[in-house]
Design a protein around this ligand. Structure first.
Ligand code: FAD
Length: 372
């Protein structure tokens, strides 16, 4: 055997696991079918600006241990995510906070805002879907302005066809706090995520443009263990049917202007505007370059072969995913990450899971791949 571990996927999960296993004395090789490293956190330099190729990535965590861990691989700036909402010709503070309500209704204090909200909420004691839930929390006007059009574009369905649980809670604050994440730690790697990931992978061999599925038997002969971070349905040739996702399309352009929108992220909530947001990448790094790079993000339904982004984790898909997990367990394949776990994970969650599982794997505990 040439390697102790073949790591399929050079994204955050695969890279962190490879680092930990290597540091524990294992010989690892990372492969990725893409021609670049980093998976979805990949950033590339365009006009001197770090462009987040697969959507804007803001690192945030409440865990001091995870924050300390990422500091090992690069310095972070103090970016705080304060997205704005554009509807018609107006720009609103977001997530909905006292300033937003002042912009809309002229209220000036938390007490005035609370009274107005109580007056506009619809009396729906047992909301049956997302629309009813939102109306019961924030009323018709805020629902139409901030939730209806955006949700329809993002999920391709009417909010009344979606479960209330998607919203979990309507983010509404009666203070002027517009810090989206509110975590203890937040920022963006000063030299970009690609440099950070390269630092995580330092000294570990990496083969890009290499699809594990093209020669799985060959790979399994070269490595004692496999850690797979791709989609499990693809690994098993869609035996139980494909797992469903929403996909995204990004339209990026370089503009000969120093500042396009004055903020990193502006969400477009009107249903008639085809994209969900415009990202202006230089603002993640407080850039002062003479040009700027902006990306419009479009959400659409996923078909086999398209890039999977957001899992449609309804009951059918979850059950199907469970069947694939059982096959991976049977074949002794370790797995993890957003694709293999079929979960929407933020970066700190991916790192946490990779640290936890690789610690067990390095001790030779190869069962219970999904726990932790
Ligand atoms: P990936 O990054 O997808 O890595 C998996 C890798 O495996 C890929 O590179 C893929 O090419 C490779 N692979 C798959 N199959 C094979 C195969 N057969 N052979 C070889 N290689 C293979 N998180 C945050 O914390 N903050 C944010 O602001 C944030 N914004 C986001 C915005 C968008 C639009 C999206 C979609 C996600 C966002 N996330 C954010 C989540 C973040 O992107 C993920 O948590 C993280 O990138 C997942 O890492 P991963 O290694 O699990 O998956």
């Amino acid at each position: 055997m040439t390697f102790d571990w073949l790591i399929v996927g050079a994204g955050l999960f695969g890279s962190v696991a490879a680092r930990q296993l290597t540091d524990a004395g294992c010989r690892c090789l990372i492969i990725d079918r893409r021609r670049h490293t980093g998976g979805n956190v990949y950033t590339e330099r365009v006009a001197g600006i770090d462009v987040h190729r697969y959507g804007p990535h803001i690192f945030h965590t409440n865990s001091e241990a995870i924050w300390q861990y990422v500091q090992r691989f690069g310095e972070f700036n103090h970016f705080v995510n304060r997205p704005k909402v554009r509807s018609g010709d107006k720009i609103y503070s977001f997530p909905i906070n006292l300033l937003t309500l002042h912009q809309l209704w002229g209220v000036r204090t938390p007490a005035e805002a609370a009274a107005k909200l109580a007056a506009v909420r619809l009396p729906i004691p047992s909301p049956r879907n997302m629309e009813e839930y939102a109306l019961s929390q924030i009323g018709e006007e805020l629902y139409r302005l901030f939730i209806y059009g955006y949700t329809k574009k993002q999920w391709g369905r009417e909010p009344r066809e979606l479960p209330a649980s998607i919203l979990k809670r309507v983010p509404i604050r009666l203070t002027c706090d517009d810090n989206y994440y509110r975590d203890r730690f937040q920022g963006i790697p000063i030299h970009g995520y690609t440099a950070m990931i390269e630092s995580v992978q330092h000294g570990i061999p990496l083969e890009l443009g290499t699809n594990y599925l093209d020669d799985r038997d060959g790979w399994r002969q070269r490595a004692r263990n496999v850690l797979y971070t791709g989609s499990l349905d693809a690994l098993f040739d869609y035996r139980f049917g494909p797992l469903e996702y929403r996909t995204l399309r990004f339209e990026t352009e370089v503009l000969d202007t120093a500042d396009f929108q004055g903020n990193a992220q502006v969400n477009y909530t009107d249903a008639e505007i085809p994209f969900t947001r415009i990202v202006e990448h230089k603002h993640f790094a407080f850039g002062t370059q003479p040009q700027t790079v902006v990306t419009r993000e479009f959400s659409s339904s996923w078909t086999l072969g398209a890039e999977p982004y957001y899992p449609l984790a309804d009951e059918t898909n979850r059950a199907r995913h469970g069947q694939y997990c059982a096959l991976a367990d049977r074949d002794g394949i370790c797995f993890g990450g957003r694709l293999a776990d079929y979960q929407y994970y933020d970066m700190h969650q991916v790192i946490g899971a990779a640290l936890c599982r690789s610690e067990r794997w390095s001790r030779g505990v190869l069962g219970q791949h999904r726990a932790g």
